[in-house]
Ligand binder design. Structure first.
Ligand SMILES: Nc1ncnc2c1ncn2[C@@H]1O[C@H](COP(=O)(O)OP(=O)(O)O)[C@@H](O)[C@H]1O
Ligand SMILES: N[C@@H](CC(=O)OP(=O)(O)O)C(=O)O
Length: 420
């Protein structure tokens, strides 16, 4: 059996949903588990709903949610005839779940409400896709992944309970495949043992698909994207980026670690552990070769460029000009953990430490207040972090040669520069 994953861009309109069906119809003999994300930017829109709700702007939250409801109903109406009423009933159940909550006052932490609201995006999209496939005569079963993926209650970044989840996959998913139906289910979400919805971290549907592939010991995982393959850079930022048709697991882990947004960083490990190849294919043209990621040596890789914009540099100097020691580093990493901050770059000096972060303003200002007890803290926003893997002189000249550089690091394989 194989696992397919379709992301937000592949289901962002009625036409795109029908395109997915056309792709699936090319593979009538495969046994498939199909993992799908929320439509287009629905997750961002739901984030706004929960933010308004938590700010006690109930009317605003309900109004924003109304828009999301409308979009899904419109798409369902466009796509469905015989299956419309059943699908609408299901969508309305999910709408009601959220609206009940929006009418109450928040009494728990933000992250809990975030997951209860944001997880709806994937439930809605998969209901529509499943009904549409049925409408086209494709046998499939819609599965609520919250009955399969058991997690802890670390809301917004929940951790999978592997043993429980494996058991659910063996007992609930395998029999559906045996009955020659495809499984349609959600990425990104799970549930606690109290039946509270959880999410696995933004853009976590790739990871969900990799978990399914691992636990089903799948022949392969295919992630369908709007790009022709994994490229040497984000083609939206560097239009002459070139396709890379073969990559090793380790190379992709490195790319994701440095911030390449094409594949979620947690996706590779579950695949690598079972030696399951990952195919990245283009849903806009399924005939393109795409990329295969597996356990092999990379040869002749071009320079790979990862550009992270909107970075903040934080320089921490000891107040008494004492050396930065292990105790300082230990304390700082404890604070990072407490504030859920992950530096994108670190640089140690004798009496100072430099970190770069994505610009999470709130977390950074809470963190710098804590650090200001021990360090003089200096913050520089508005920077870009460029990483060049497998660099050559031409790439250095082109991507960082003419920049005002604040920090530059170089190893045999990478050059990284934090610049204006
Ligand atoms: N090295 C890269 N190769 C290909 N695409 C990349 C790369 N880096 C970033 N991207 C971006 O990743 C996008 C696809 O990923 P994503 O938007 O997460 O898809 P989805 O959410 O639909 O799964 C592309 O549109 C492209 O802009
Ligand atoms: N919908 C979630 C999960 C996800 O992975 O989406 P996508 O596959 O569109 O990146 C998000 O936007 O974070």
């Amino acid at each position: 059996m194989k696992v397919y994953k379709f992301g937000g861009a592949s289901v962002n309109s009625a036409e795109r949903v029908s395109n997915i069906a056309a792709i699936l119809e090319r593979f009538p003999d495969e046994d498939l588990v199909i993992v799908i994300s929320a439509m287009g930017k629905t997750t961002n829109a739901l984030e706004k709903v929960v933010q308004a709700y938590y700010n006690n702007e109930k009317e605003q939250a309900l109004q924003l949610f109304e828009e999301i409801k409308k979009q899904h109903i419109t798409t369902a109406k466009y796509l469905l005839v015989t299956h419309y009423l059943a699908c609408e009933a299901r969508l309305k159940d999910f709408f009601t779940e959220v609206e009940w909550m929006l009418h109450d006052h928040p009494v728990r932490e933000f992250d809990y409400y975030y997951d209860q609201v944001v997880s709806i995006g994937e439930l809605l999209s998969t209901c529509i896709v499943s009904a549409y496939l049925s409408e086209r005569g494709i046998a499939n079963e819609w599965i609520d992944v919250r009955d399969i993926f058991r997690t802890d209650d670390n809301f917004r970044d929940a951790n999978i309970n592997w043993d429980y989840t494996q058991l659910q996959i063996d007992t609930k998913i395998a029999p559906i495949l045996q009955s020659k139906k495809w499984v349609i289910t959600q990425g990104f979400i799970g549930a606690t043992d109290e039946n509270e919805s959880t999410t696995l971290g933004r853009e976590g549907s790739d990871y969900s698909a990799a978990l399914f592939a691992n636990m089903l010991n799948a022949e392969s995982l295919t992630i369908w994207k709007d790009v022709e393959s994994v490229m040497s850079a984000d083609p939206k930022k560097i239009p002459d980026a070139v396709p890379i048709h073969e990559l090793s697991y380790n190379e992709v882990i490195e790319m994701a670690y440095y911030g390449a947004q094409v594949i979620h960083p947690k996706t590779i490990k579950p695949l690598q552990n079972r030696n399951i190849p990952l195919y990245v294919k283009c849903f806009l043209d399924a005939d393109l070769p795409g990329t295969v990621i597996r356990d092999h040596m990379n040869k002749d890789l071009p320079p790979i460029i990862v550009i992270k914009e909107n970075q903040v540099m934080m320089e921490l100097k000891t107040k008494d000009f004492s050396f930065v020691g292990d105790a300082h580093a230990y304390q700082l990493y404890q604070w990072f953990n407490e504030h859920s901050l992950r530096p994108t770059l670190t640089q140690n000096g004798a009496i100072s430490l430099i970190f770069a972060f994505d610009n999470w303003e709130e977390k950074i200002s809470r963190f710098s207040s804590a650090a200001a007890e021990v360090f003089d803290v200096h913050i520089t926003p508005g920077l870009t972090l460029t990483t060049i893997r497998h660099y050559n002189q031409a790439a250095l000249d082109r991507y960082i040669g003419n920049k005002e550089i604040l920090v530059r690091q170089q190893t045999l394989k990478n050059v990284r520069a934090l610049h204006r």
